[in-house]
Write a protein that binds this ligand. Structure first.
Ligand SMILES: *Cc1c(COP(=O)(O)O)cnc(C)c1O
Length: 378
């Protein structure tokens, strides 16, 4: 049997061990140290735009702290893209707030501005203007940045930008991860670069950064004993993980190029095939890192995303249905939802294809061959 071709697997650059060795040599085996500070600096340089970065234990932790920093309280409404990974939405529940899920729009498959506005008006009609809008740049595709920013400004509702999948993507030449009042990046093992597990919160001022670091290190007040006036969290990134991150930052641009090359491979493969629509940037304002490549399978054919998934699986190639929308998840049953049924259709008919930056010529060959075998499904 051939090796498994994964959707997205870790891809080391080669210098990660040097930073880890430094940590061992200096005995910084702790959730603080030179690699943590170094990774934050690397990210600040990379993102530009006068941002401040707090390195944390996960993207989920960063989302949780973002909601806490915005002082979101039990019972508050928070708007969230429905078509996403559950970690975008779960932190809303951690703080006791109430999610209002919103559909996607067809260009980016991210937040639909009209549905966002409907959701805001609904909140206002209930006497509770939503306290935040969680936008996602799904699979690396930037969301409708200008449209959502305009709504955010008009209603004075802050944006939490979930760019967990979008490090390296840009919109109008500005980097994803700088569009929110607070933005979130993930370094989980499957993301474009990884620290094994980890994440970062990107904020616009030093005060928010200090507060994020304070809360993520157990909220210890300034006293010789342990004094607490806040509930704290153990969310800081380990100096070992940050060492991996420092090595990975050196190859981030290369990884973006490699993933974009994968996209060109799929574009070529599927170019004359009306059965599949490859998800692509709507225009030149959008530059996706193409973390994952996605196809929409036109319904009403002799096969569907499940038969196709099985076909790839037989050849030891991993594919996966697009995220199941949050408003259709059992755990969020009965939640508020605004929009139509695009997110649901994308889930029903959409498939993620292998997109790792470490795919080989032989992997591409196996994917093409399996694709050609699909004709027999008819
Ligand atoms: C991965 C991911 C997260 C969570 O990040 P972790 O670092 O795994 O906690 C949040 N949102 C989206 C869209 C993700 O893909």
């Amino acid at each position: 049997m051939d090796n498994k071709i994964w959707l997205s697997s870790p891809h080391m650059g080669g210098t990660e061990m040097k930073y880890i060795q430094d940590a061992f040599d200096e005995n910084w085996i702790a959730p603080l140290g030179p690699n943590v500070n170094g990774l934050e600096k690397d990210l600040e340089m990379y993102l530009g735009k006068d941002v401040h970065v707090a390195a944390l234990s996960s993207g989920t932790a960063a989302l949780h702290l973002a909601l806490i920093l915005l002082d979101i309280k039990p019972g508050d409404f928070v708007i969230c893209q429905s078509l996403t990974f559950s970690a975008s939405a779960n932190p809303i529940i951690y703080v006791g707030a109430v999610p209002i899920f919103v559909d996607s729009e067809k260009d980016t498959w991210n937040l639909c501005p009209n549905a966002v506005e409907d959701a805001i008006k609904f909140g206002i009609s209930k006497g509770k203007k939503p306290k935040a809008i969680i936008t996602v740049s799904l699979y690396g595709m930037p969301h409708k940045v200008d449209e959502i920013a305009e709504i955010s400004a008009r209603y004075e509702i802050p944006i939490i930008e979930d760019s967990a999948e979008a490090l390296g993507s840009t919109y109008k030449n500005q980097k994803c991860g700088t569009f929110g009042d607070l933005s979130v990046i993930s370094f989980n093992g499957n993301k474009i670069i990884t620290t094994s597990g980890g994440g970062a919160l990107v904020v616009k001022n030093q005060e928010f950064k200090n507060k994020a670091v304070f809360l993520s290190t157990q909220a210890k007040d300034d006293a010789p004993h342990y004094e607490h006036t806040n509930i704290g969290y153990n969310y800081r990134m380990s100096n070992i993980c940050a060492g991996i991150g420092r090595g990975q930052m050196e190859v981030l641009e290369l990884r973006v190029q490699q993933r974009r090359q994968n996209h060109l491979f799929y574009k070529e493969l599927l170019k004359d095939d009306p059965r599949f629509i490859l998800h692509t940037e709507p225009n030149s304002d959008y530059f996706s890192n193409h973390w994952l490549n996605l196809i929409y399978i036109e319904p009403g054919q002799d096969y569907n995303r499940e038969t196709i998934r099985q076909k790839f699986l037989v050849n030891n190639i991993e594919t996966r249905p697009i995220w199941k929308p949050m408003h259709l998840q059992p755990i969020f049953k009965g939640s508020y939802y605004f929009g139509a049924d695009l997110a649901e259709k994308l889930f029903q008919n959409g498939l993620c294809l292998p997109s790792g930056s470490n795919m080989t010529e032989n992997d591409f060959y196996r994917i093409s061959s399996t694709y050609k075998e699909l004709d027999y499904l008819r």
